[in-house]
Design a protein around this ligand. Structure first.
Ligand SMILES: Nc1ncnc2c1ncn2[C@@H]1O[C@H](COP(=O)(O)OP(=O)(O)O)[C@@H](O)[C@H]1O
Ligand SMILES: [Mg+2]
Length: 481
């Protein structure tokens, strides 16, 4: 049930439940009180009547045994009536069918009822008007011959529930209602505080913590369905907020790193350009040969700055996902072969041989952003060239396939990478100590390669043995996989 439904039913229950409890206990009260009073009354009445009977006729010396005529004495009759009044009872004296005395207005039918044989000589039940009575009858004069002159005394005790005490009943019912109302309300309040208020308080606390910047404050799912959903949404919000703050901090870090690295790495060639220009201006380069040498150095340094700036721009764009990749189905074998043919002459000038081996069983068409993937291959081969320390340099590019991917391996027999560095060479600006001191570079080549390969859903890693050579491997998912 949702919160609204639950609220409505809880409210209804806090009213209906006490009413029901009150009605049931009132009924029980009436039943039990009636029963108790009835039996009490009945016992009391029986005792009283037995006592009176005893006084009147029970013993030899009882009043009516001694003097039966006394029954006709009106003051004696009044006295009897007074005794019976205490029990709300009635006194009737009949002579034959004639009423000698009655404390109750008797009709002819009533007299007939009292005269029934079943009533005679024992206690029985009779209804006079709307009231039922237990009747105790006994003959006062025993004149067997004249039945119509027979005087009979009837003592009637009402059979009715004792008069009902309304005040007690109302107090009782009021109390029951009040208590059950308080009870039902307490239960409802307890339930709501447990299932709604407590979770809401916790949420409020969590919101406070998050506002204060504690983004690790986890929001626990608890309480009613709607409250749980709210908790879940807020928890999701917290995680997103945390992630975005994290990303923002990462970008911030990135930016600081970039700025410090750029300034440092650009400073070096720019400083030497300044030095050579000053040399030219001061006339230190006095011969045409020297001048040309200075200018060529300046040109090389400027070129270096230029490629560094290009690298930086490309890296920044890739990092911010600014330019989308444009994939085209490409035959990977032909693509690599064409690329290698272009750089072969330049490599030969550096005394490096390039080999290409393909173990592919069929032509593999792979979606590639050609320009960027070529950039990856060239960056890697450029490293092999830069970090080559052997007389006969060899770079082998080989192609293999597994059931789900194509693997490109670029292997050289250069100086290799120290074990501690291998894992880090794909981080931006990371350069091994020797590279940093001796060989020009931005430290961005492999970071760019990694970004591009990952843009192709691929993986790039390196295996190297110091002094022997390095293998950089790229695995790309096969088009149909
Ligand atoms: N083929 C290789 N042989 C030896 N060291 C390499 C090779 N490729 C990369 N490295 C190491 O990895 C570092 C990072 O390479 P890279 O990101 O291309 O930066 P850069 O070439 O500008 O130094 C290099 O500085 C170098 O120390
Ligand atoms: Mg490089």
């Amino acid at each position: 049930m949702n919160l609204k439904g639950r609220l409505i039913s809880a409210n209804a229950l806090t009213v209906i439940l006490p009413v029901m409890i009150t009605v049931i206990s009132a009924m029980a009260y009436i039943y039990i009180a009636g029963k108790l009073a009835d039996t009490e009354q009945a016992i009391h009445n029986t005792q009283e009547v037995a006592q009176l009977t005893m006084e009147l006729v029970g013993r030899e010396n009882s009043v009516l045994r001694q003097n039966p005529e006394k029954i006709k004495d009106s003051s004696f009759q009044k006295e009897l009536q007074a005794r019976m009044d205490i029990l709300d009872g009635e006194v009737v004296v009949l002579e034959g069918e004639r009423v000698l005395f009655s404390s109750h207005n008797l009709t002819a039918i009533d007299v007939v009822k009292l005269k029934k044989p079943a009533i005679q000589f024992r206690s029985a039940r009779v209804d006079l008007g709307t009231q039922s009575y237990t009747v105790q009858s006994f003959d006062v004069s025993r004149d067997e011959a004249q039945a119509e002159k027979q005087t009979t005394l009837y003592l009637l005790v009402p059979i009715n529930p004792a008069s009902f005490d309304m005040t007690n009943f109302l107090i009782f019912s009021g109390l029951v209602f009040l208590l059950s109302f308080i009870g039902a309300n307490s239960i409802a309040s307890y339930y709501f505080s447990l299932r709604i208020l407590t979770p809401l308080n916790n949420l409020q606390k969590a919101a406070m913590e998050i506002t204060l910047g504690n983004l690790d404050y986890e929001i626990v799912e608890e309480g009613d369905q709607e409250v749980r959903e709210l908790c879940r949404d807020l928890e999701r919000m917290r995680i997103q907020l945390k992630n975005s703050v994290h990303t923002q901090l990462k970008y911030e870090d990135n930016r600081k790193m970039l700025i410090s690295s750029i300034s440092h790495d650009l400073k070096t060639p720019v400083t030497s350009i300044k030095g050579y220009v000053e040399g030219l201006l001061d006339g230190i380069a006095n011969s045409p040969e020297k001048k040309e040498k200075y200018l060529k150095t300046i040109y090389r340094k400027a070129e270096q700055v230029d490629t560094m700036i290009d690298d930086l721009l490309l890296y920044a764009k890739l990092d911010l996902n600014q330019i989308p990749f444009s994939f085209e189905k490409t035959n990977i074998g032909e693509f690599l072969d064409d690329g290698l043919q272009e750089i072969e002459p330049e490599m030969e000038r550096n005394g490096i041989k390039i080999l290409f081996e393909s173990e592919l069983t069929s032509a593999q068409e792979i979606p590639l952003d050609r320009e960027r993937m070529m950039r990856v291959i060239l960056n890697i081969i450029d490293n092999s060239r830069k970090y080559m320390d052997k007389e006969e340099g060899v770079i082998t590019l080989s192609l293999r396939e597994t059931h789900s991917s194509v693997i490109i391996e670029i292997k050289d027999n250069g100086r290799g990478i120290p074990k501690k560095d291998v894992a880090q060479i794909f981080e931006r600006f990371y350069r091994s100590d020797t590279a940093r001191t001796e060989i020009k570079g931005s430290g961005l080549g492999l970071a760019i390669a990694k970004q591009i390969v990952e843009g192709h859903e691929g993986r790039i890693w390196a295996v190297s043995r110091e002094g022997k050579g390095t293998s950089v491997l790229i695995s790309l998912p096969r088009g149909e996989a």
